[in-house]
Ligand binder design. Sequence first.
Ligand SMILES: *Cc1c(COP(=O)(O)O)cnc(C)c1O
Length: 391
Amino acid sequence: MTKTEHQETTLITGSTKHDYEVKTGAVNVPIYASSTFDQQSFDSFGPFDYSRSGNPTRDALEKTIAQLESGTRGFAFASGIGAISAALLTLSAGDHIVVTNEVYGGTYRLVTTILPRFGITHSFADFTDVDAIENAIRPETKVLYAETPANPLLSITDLNAVIALAKKYDVKTFVDNTFMTPLYQKPLDLGADVVLHSATKFLGGHSEVIAGLAVTKDETLGNAIYTIQNGLGGMLSPHDSFSIIQGIKTLSARMELSSKNALKIAQFLQQQDDVLDVYYPGLPSHPGYKTHQAQCTSAGAVLSFKLPDRAFTKAFVEAMQVPIFAVSLGGVESILSYPATMSHAAIPQAEREKRGITDGLLRLSVGLENVSDLIADLSQALEVASSVYTK
Ligand SMILES: *Cc1c(COP(=O)(O)O)cnc(C)c1O
């Protein structure tokens, strides 16, 4: 990459300019569907020997994400949770992590039910409150685990403040950057140690593949994650690596349109009587607005909003025509989700409600449909729900 190259260019050139492409000039990285590689010499092996350890298609994706996140090493896994668990398994028995309260449901399950069996303990803290994080740090703490904007209330963590705190206590900062992607937020540039992605979401962008990515800058940490990737075997297949590479190429066009439309939708929802609250970091009324503006270049394509209760929400969802009603986010299609029983089903109800994930909360990942059609759809569904709803 030349020093002056922009992110939008790297999205394309990241995978199109690798050495092994020079031979044919193929503009798309070939899917190297090969588990093993013929070695030309008896005593000096080529760059690839076995596809669990390394595969040229996966390598092109890993180099691309490393470049996009300003890291030195990228790692592709069979899922976002695969990437997150690999990063956390660089820890050892006796280590402790401080995790954001508003953490992805699958990460919650990992840190509360699986890691403790291996002696890796955790505390949750409100990551919008730096004092609360500091209070949760113990002598054995090794990692502060952040997610911003967080899911599903789009809370904002001040990354500079958390990273400064981590450095003060000599612990590492891991950041789940799924919602922003490297286009809009670059945690490693701010001093974070590991950036994690569910590439299933915006990076892939077409709801066709489950994939995860981890990126590091530090060589030792990079080697530690590589050891887990190769040693536990959760790496991404060449076919799925190819899909994510293709998705990354259109990321800026998709994100730009979806984010622009998300703002319009958030503004529309804010004006509706039956919408009790709108959570979107692009609205000046959002408590994290200023912090988000300072560390990101867009508010992204995901927003949440609160309807009166479960009955209203059910009628509303059943009346919606355009978005799919499903788990996941970041696709070309708009995706409406019900966090209480979908993304956050792994969190017990009492705990869930304490975190603001109530029975009237919906999350909308804005896709590439015409925004007037989406707004008209929301508008008619609100009307239907309010007419069937009796207070
Ligand atoms: C979906 C998601 C994950 C988990 O990724 P998978 O690809 O589903 O394993 C992690 N973090 C966030 C923020 C997510 O949205």
